[in-house]
Structures are given as structure tokens and as C-alpha cells.
Design a protein around this ligand. Structure first.
Ligand SMILES: Cc1cc2nc3c(=O)[nH]c(=O)nc-3n(C[C@H](O)[C@H](O)[C@H](O)COP(=O)(O)OP(=O)(O)OC[C@H]3O[C@@H](n4cnc5c(N)ncnc54)[C@H](O)[C@@H]3O)c2cc1C
Length: 385
């Protein structure tokens, strides 16, 4: 099996395929442990996956603090919801991508996957209509390589080269998109997520490692002014969306630079065909406002890996298993996608937003139930750490 892209979706998929006994090659163009453009709040399903795979202790050991509650502020009205304990989860966590992606890649390597990083896939090989391998080049040394496989998994993100090369069709295309600016600040509360909303704007605080919290502020992409200095735009948006947070970091400088994301509309794509499969953002991308992309990537990595392990020899049986993965992915993702579209439009009032967030919370339940349902004793032996 070849996996193109070795961050949360690709590294997790590779780890599970290798734990299942398959030969796996991962090609990732970024260096291990480097950051990417993403905040990193995990929802329950994501933390559950790390726990089920035996990796949560390493996240805790990295110094990523326990998130025991989520505080929502709707204008001046504050509501706090405690994180339910159970299923092996005592708190949520929000590890930096430098921590999470490296941990998953190391776990894939430990399970026997071969990792080529930093190296880039430059071409996909086809035989008839079937994808059968890749060509690429290592970064730095510039060595060309070629590899063949019964399945090539595109875990190469929103702009997936694999999805484009195979012409993966769109099941759904969104229209809404939000812009986000974020940075890391010391001195904020360490034990809860904070999501703040006022008409047309939103902000959040995501405590993470090194004593820092990721602070983000967002609005509709159409309102994002690219000519403005990022720091000015960030402080203004934050003051509008969550004035209390803005005040508490008014005198603080960010640790490192601020990052800005202008936004992009979401989509849900086909995730399998002859010789190929897609996972993570390559298959299904939605606006970051609902902070669910990593959680979904960790969920779908396992749904895909199980499908492949059910029919490891390729052919029709494997394709059918991958289409089953797609059906489960759609069942779990479409409600979340549609709610995200509404929230990312920023065309709500606070009463409607509360209802949308309640619906979002409901939409996460089947995901967690499905993941817990995978833990039948006969399944455990293959994928547990
Ligand atoms: C601003 C922002 C904030 C976000 N905040 C959150 C959040 O708080 N919580 C959350 O759950 N989600 C969040 N997300 C979404 C989350 O970042 C994505 O869902 C997640 O990164 C998807 O993981 P992935 O592994 O599918 O893709 P990616 O993380 O995009 O990784 C794909 C990898 O593929 C590699 N690659 C691409 N092409 C090639 C090639 N040809 N050869 C080799 N390698 C290749 C790239 O180098 C990249 O490292 C946010 C996204 C953005 C943009």
C-alpha cells in the first residue's frame, strides 16, 4: 500500500494498515515534526481514537493540557458545558500538529511502515484505468523513486493531487467559507476551550502545550481584508468577537508569527476507485469553524484501514469494502458538513447559532458511537497498539 501524505490522515491510516500486517510506504513532503496551517482542537471522537490506538498517553506526556469543559459565549451570555468522562476519556486535548502528526508518523514507523520524508510524489502511475503506483523525488538529496502497490491512498490534503489525478467526483460542494487568523499566547486559562460568537464574527481559545493557548478570530471570507496587517486584523476581529479575550492578551506578544487562512469552500468527494482511495481532507474538507477536520481524519483513517484489511488483495472485493467505508463516512459526515456550512456562512443571529451548535453536538454522537462499536473483541487484535 502507498500512502501519499503523512500527517493526521495519512500517518494514522499507514499505522493501522501496518498494524494489520500490510507492507506500507508513506511519502510526505514536509519534514517530520513541522507545523502546518491549522489550529488543532480535538473533539471527542479524535481523542477517543488516540486512546483506542494507545497513543493518548504520549499526547499527555507531551505536556498537552487536559480540557475539562467548553465555554461558549454568545455575546455577553456565557454557558459552560463540562466534558463527559467515560470510554477511557477523562478530558479533551489539543496537541499542536508538530506533536500529533509526528506521534502518528512514529507510530506508523514502529508498526513497520516505511516512511519517505521529506519527499514528494510527482506522478501517479496507471495501468489501464487502475492506479498502480507513484513516482517521486526526495527533498534535499533529489533522488528519484518509483513504487508500485495494489492501493494508493491519497491523504494529501485539501488540494489532493491523487484526487485530481483520478478525477474523484464531488458528492457535495459547499459555498460558505470563513477566514481565520490565529496565534499562540501565554497566560490564558489551561483547562477549557472557549468559543465566542457575536453577529458576523467568532473567536476561540484552545489551550495546548508549552504553556500556550492558540487564540483564533474569524469572520466570513468576504470580510477578510488582505491589505490589512495580519496583527491589526487579528486584534480588531478578536476585540469584536471576544472582547474579554482580546483584553486579556492586549499586552502580550504572540509566541511565533500569526497565521492567516482566507478560507475555502468545503466538499465531500468520492473516496474510492480502481487502485485508489482517499482519506482526510483529500476526501472531505469543511470549514475549520467547527474544528472537526482532524477528528474526522482520525475516524476515517480507521474506517478506510479496516475496509482495506477486510480485502487486502485488491480487486472488486477491496473496492466494495472501500465503498462501504464511503457510505459510513457519508452517513456520519453529511449532517456535520451541512451544519458547518451554515455556521461558516456567518449569516446567523445568536439564537440560530445556539441551535446550530446544539445540532452540531448531536451530529457528533453517531460518530463516537460508531467508533466505540468498532471495539468488538475480534477486531481488537488487528489494530490495537
Ligand atoms: C486555519 C485552519 C484551522 C483548522 N483548525 C482545526 C481544528 O481546530 N481542529 C480540527 O480538527 N481541524 C482543524 N482544521 C482542519 C485540519 O487542519 C484538517 O482537517 C487536517 O489537517 C486534515 O489532515 P490531512 O492529513 O487530511 O491533511 P493535511 O494535514 O493537509 O496533510 C496533507 C499532507 O500531504 C502532504 N502532501 C501533499 N501533496 C503531497 C505530495 N504530492 N507528495 C507528498 N506529500 C504530499 C502535505 O505535505 C501535507 O503534509 C483547520 C484547518 C485550517 C485551514
Amino acid at each position: 500500500m502507498i500512502v501519499v501524505g503523512g500527517r493526521c490522515a495519512g500517518a494514522a491510516t499507514a499505522m493501522l494498515l501496518a498494524r494489520g500486517g500490510l507492507r506500507v510506504l508513506v511519502v510526505e513532503s514536509a519534514k517530520r515534526g513541522t507545523d502546518t496551517l491549522s489550529t488543532h482542537a480535538l473533539m471527542r471522537g479524535g481523542v477517543l481514537q488516540l486512546h483506542r490506538w494507545g497513543l493518548l498517553d504520549a499526547v499527555v506526556a507531551s505536556g498537552t493540557p487536559a480540557i475539562c469543559a467548553t465555554q461558549f459565549s454568545y455575546g455577553d451570555d456565557i454557558e459552560t458545558v463540562d466534558i463527559r468522562t467515560g470510554d477511557g476519556i477523562s478530558a479533551l486535548r489539543a496537541p499542536r500538529r508538530t506533536v500529533l502528526d509526528a506521534l502518528l508518523l512514529d507510530a506508523a514507523r514502529a508498526a513497520g511502515a516505511e516512511i519517505l520524508s521529506p519527499a514528494r510524489v510527482t506522478r501517479l502511475l496507471k495501468s489501464g484505468g487502475t492506479l498502480c503506483g507513484i513516482e517521486g523525488i526526495t527533498r534535499g538529496s533529489g533522488v528519484s523513486f518509483r513504487a508500485t502497490a495494489t492501493l494508493t491512498v491519497g491523504a494529501d490534503g485539501r488540494g489532493s493531487m491523487v484526487a485530481s489525478a483520478v478525477g474523484a467526483g464531488f458528492h457535495r460542494r459547499g459555498t460558505a467559507s470563513g477566514a481565520i487568523i490565529y496565534g499562540y499566547f501565554p497566560g490564558l486559562a489551561r483547562d477549557h476551550y472557549h468559543w465566542g460568537y457575536r453577529p458576523g464574527v467568532a473567536a476561540g481559545v484552545v489551550p495546548t502545550g508549552d504553556g500556550l493557548a492558540c487564540v483564533w478570530a474569524g469572520t466570513a471570507s468576504a470580510r477578510f481584508d488582505r491589505s490589512q496587517r495580519l496583527e491589526t486584523a487579528f486584534r480588531l476581529l478578536l476585540a469584536e468577537a471576544a472582547p474579554e479575550v482580546a483584553r486579556s492578551i492586549a499586552a502580550a506578544l504572540p509566541a511565533g508569527r500569526l497565521r492567516g487562512f482566507p478560507g475555502a469552500p468545503g466538499f465531500i468527494r468520492s473516496c474510492g476507485g480502481p487502485g485508489w482511495a482517499l482519506v482526510g481532507d483529500a476526501a472531505y474538507y469543511k470549514d475549520p469553524i467547527t474544528a472537526h477536520g482532524i477528528t474526522d481524519a482520525l475516524r476515517d483513517a480507521e474506517l478506510l484501514a479496516r475496509a482495506v484489511l477486510d480485502a487486502p488483495n485488491g480487486g472488486r472485493a477491496q473496492l466494495d469494502a472501500i465503498l462501504d467505508y464511503q457510505r459510513t463516512r457519508d452517513r456520519l459526515s453529511v449532517p456535520l458538513f451541512d451544519i458547518t456550512e451554515r455556521i461558516a456562512s456567518y449569516q446567523w443571529d445568536l439564537a440560530e447559532l445556539r441551535d446550530l451548535l446544539k445540532a452540531l453536538s448531536q451530529a457528533m454522537r453517531p460518530e463516537v458511537a460508531t467508533l466505540l462499536g468498532l471495539d468488538r473483541p475480534d477486531d481488537q487484535s488487528l489494530l490495537a497498539g
